[in-house]
Ligand binder design. Sequence first.
Ligand SMILES: [Mn+2]
Length: 333
Amino acid sequence: MRDFNIEDWADGIDIESNTIKRLRTEIRKLCRKIEKQQTTDCLLLKAVREHASKFKPAKKLKAPKYKATKEEAWLCLSDWQIGKVTSTYNSEIAVKRIQKMTEEVKKILIADKPAVLHIILQGDMVEGEDIFPGQPFEIDSTLYQQALKTAPELMAHVITELASVVKKVKVAGVHGNHGRSGRKNSGAARSSNWDLVSYEMTRLLCDNVGLGNTEWDLTTHWYVMQTVAGHGIMCIHGDQIGGGSPIPLAGIFKKAQGWRMNIPDWKYLSLGHFHTHASGVLNRDLYFFLSGSPESDNEFAAECLAQGGAAMQRLCFFTKEHGMVREHALCLE
Ligand SMILES: [Mn+2]
């Protein structure tokens, strides 16, 4: 046993009391830090919780009851270019044209009673604001307005209206080149695309009204596959294909054959971008759908491409047995 030394004992007390003092100060500091964090984090959380508790979940919209045929419908929405201004097109005209088209499609669906309605959002739904030099002089709204307001509200209008007359809706989306962040080859990520922002916004708007019979497949990839009555439709925006106007048929043919060698389970290729309504057989059991745009009188197309595609969109019907059996050209002018 060590001898008791009063000096050592007294020193020990001093050291301990100093340590306790330091610890007390440290604890006080930490308590203040925690308090501060509580005031920001906890208040934010509390505010979000309080705010969220005010939202009542929308009642799930019920799918209509009817005896469906064996057909499935496919609606191609492409190249809305929301924000673009020409002598006969702007955001307001786009809204009017698409709303009118929605009524027409609704009537056809009520009469034809398909089991499923497939919708493809095929890109360039927004016009953008800095895609080419001088573009700010040819738009009526900023990209913010295009991608977060006008385009998603209009897409949500089409989807919710049509989802009220068919049992099941399957929406797929692929982005175009006009939603790109910045000029070509400026290095932005593929997924940083305003078309995709507008699609996600559309989905939020549809979720908010409780659309229960709608499935979504919004890809950040360059193509999306839809299976309509058992038949694969490979949907791309179309800027992957170079070449001439009004229908770059040789380019479509070449790429379609190549893609079919690498990408399985499809026989229809759907694309937009060229603002020209056309379709046809490319080769044995290989078909294409080229989509029009609701836009009209594009000055660049008129001057540089000597072209003025009619304002159109497309609705088709498919059966398992025969593939595409009916095609409706939806004229918007
Ligand atoms: Mn395009």
